[in-house]
Design a protein. Structure first.
Length: 48
């Protein structure tokens, strides 16, 4: 288990999985609320 985890969100700031590393089985390719593609890194600086 990681000390800190990474959230998986969509560009509209909906949380798809708040524990992307520890529970990858709950990761989603697309947001269930709005259908946008989910991300785990900042699109500007590429940091988690």
């Amino acid at each position: 288990m990681a000390e800190y985890d990474v959230a998986q969100i969509c560009p509209n700031r909906h949380v798809a999985n708040d524990m992307h590393i520890d529970f990858p089985e709950f990761n989603k390719d697309f947001c269930e609320k709005c259908g946008e593609k989910t991300i785990t890194q900042c699109p500007s600086c590429e940091k988690p």
